[in-house]
Design a protein around this ligand. Structure first.
Ligand code: CMP
Length: 138
């Protein structure tokens, strides 16, 4: 069944000039780009996005990093989009990511790991709504 997921090309990927290569891999894997924009967020906006991680020791550093440069939030669509994007991204820590995954190829560390992808339908709904208005998804 066609499904939507939410993704972010993170500041490390944008800084290194890897955005287009990562987008090409995503499109080649069959995802339709429903919406995409280039923005820079404040630390406070990053904290709101990652609120479920607020108690984690890496929360402050993660939010500093996510507000350190331009990002590309996007909405992607395909059958089984949520699980398939996570498979294509690879493990959170690139040291554990499989060959051929985006993080294996483009991520430097568990924090600077190139790309985010929603982990469940409820988080995808929250994350899409955090960055996009309804009219941008028509
Ligand atoms: P993401 O998929 O965006 O979701 C939460 C992010 O927190 C994750 O990718 C990593 O970038 C980051 N993260 C998760 N675990 C750690 C950790 N142990 N140390 C630093 N950052 C982490």
């Amino acid at each position: 069944m066609s499904e939507r997921t939410f993704s972010i090309l993170k500041p490390d990927a944008v800084r290194k000039g890897d955005a287009a290569a990562i987008l090409a891999a995503i499109e080649k894997a069959g995802f339709k780009l429903v919406a995409i924009k280039k923005i820079t967020i404040s630390k406070q906006q990053a904290e709101g996005f990652y609120h479920v991680h607020a108690a984690r020791p890496f929360f402050g550093s993660l939010c500093e990093f996510m507000s350190s440069g331009a990002i590309f939030p996007m909405v992607l669509e395909k059958d089984n989009a949520i699980a398939d994007l996570r498979k294509l991204m690879g493990a959170t820590n690139p040291a554990n990511a499989e060959e051929g995954t985006i993080r294996k190829q483009f991520a430097a560390s568990i924090e600077e790991n190139a790309i985010h992808g929603s982990d469940a339908p409820e988080t995808a709904a929250f994350e899409i709504g955090y960055f996009f208005a309804g009219y941008e998804l028509a």
